[in-house]
Design a protein around this ligand. Structure first.
Ligand code: 0CG
Ligand code: SF4
Length: 330
């Protein structure tokens, strides 16, 4: 773990040395989010507004509001997109039924599904072809698992809670595999796998990790500093699975208190009472400018000393969606 000390220029330097900020790294944008947001921006640039996006391109209020101001129309379903128009599928992925509906309505599409979500779709297809029962660990109602399950609905059962483990039914105990949503808590998922394996001892593991590098790296980083923190502030939106998990992981790893906020202005000053060390991190869909605004806000209140706690250096980047590659010169 590497630590780098810095000082926020905003506000007066703190005289109380006990007041400091630990800033997690990695935090914020992952490669899949970066690619999806750029895809929408390029679509706006190339074709002009309106560009339709099915669901939120990524689960971040600031990103969605900013794109909306620039001419993006967010819809819940492709049926709301006028015939012949351009629609972008979000980073969380869509089921084959959604692709089919878009084709039927002659929509032009750009698929911004993260390649790491597509990888899980392919795993579902492969195990379904081999006639396995697939126990998909994930959250009820989350768009990603709706898309993933939709690849082979007759083979997939969603396992969210411990009750779902008890309810799972399989046809052949030698042909059952677990797969997962990409943005879960690593520890909680392993608990669920242990519970499943108690019921199904021959449960097969995924060919490779489904929880993505960005989700697990951000959890490792927040864990590394949580024990030293009186308060952890996670920048992220309420519907962002990976951001919500960072709050839970921080608390489990020893943070005395933790909250999820979209903007610095949402910090309740009472949370800071008696607090020395504040941990700061952000979800994979969060632009770093929001974290910088939070650091300025904290500096103005005496938490100007910032120490970055680095547990990994991420270098991963994905090529733009196929539909944009030649056009965008990438
Ligand atoms: O964490 P989830 O899956 O809810 O999505 P979010 O958009 O917040 O970040 C990663 C992606 C896509
Ligand atoms: Fe892809 Fe992971 Fe980012 Fe989701 S959180 S978009 S799976 S890299």
């Amino acid at each position: 773990m590497a630590r780098t000390l810095g000082h926020m220029s905003a506000g007066t330097p703190s005289t109380e040395s006990a007041k400091r900020v630990l800033l997690a790294k990695p935090r914020g944008y992952c490669a899949g989010v970066d690619r999806a947001v750029i895809a929408v921006e390029k679509a706006l640039e190339l074709y002009g507004p309106p560009v339709y996006v099915r669901k939120e391109i990524v689960h971040n209020r600031h990103v969605v509001d900013t794109l909306r101001e620039r001419g993006v129309i967010f819809v819940d379903e492709t049926s709301e997109v006028p015939e012949g128009e351009l629609v972008v599928f979000s980073a969380h992925g869509v089921s084959p039924a959604v692709h089919a509906e878009a084709a039927e309505r002659n929509l032009r599409t750009i698929d911004a599904t993260c390649p790491l979500v597509t990888k899980v779709h392919k795993e579902v297809n492969r195990f379904a072809r081999d006639d396995f029962d697939i126990l998909l660990i994930g959250h009820h109602g989350h768009e990603e698992v709706e898309g993933t399950s939709g690849e082979a609905p007759e083979h997939v059962q969603l396992v969210d809670t411990a009750e779902d483990v008890a309810k799972a039914e399989i046809r052949d105990p030698s042909k059952v595999v677990w797969l997962s949503q990409t943005t879960l808590s690593v520890d909680e998922t392993m608990e669920r796998v242990d519970q499943l394996r108690e019921r199904f001892p021959n449960l097969a593991d995924p060919p490779s990790d489904d929880i993505c590098y960005a989700t697990s790296n951000r959890q490792v980083a927040v864990k590394a500093m949580a024990g030293e923190c009186d308060l952890v502030l996670v920048v992220g939106s309420r519907n962002s699975s990976n951001s919500k998990r960072l709050v839970e992981v921080a608390l489990q790893a020893g943070a005395k208190d933790a909250h999820l906020i979209d903007y610095a202005r949402e910090v309740d000053e009472s949370w800071l009472e008696g607090v020395g060390t504040v941990g700061v991190t952000s979800g994979a869909s969060v632009p770093d400018v929001l974290v910088m605004e939070l650091l300025e806000w904290l500096a103005e209140r005496g938490w100007g000393e910032v120490e970055e706690v680095t547990t990994a250096n991420e270098k991963i980047a994905f090529a733009l969606p196929r539909e944009l590659r030649s056009k965008a010169g990438k």
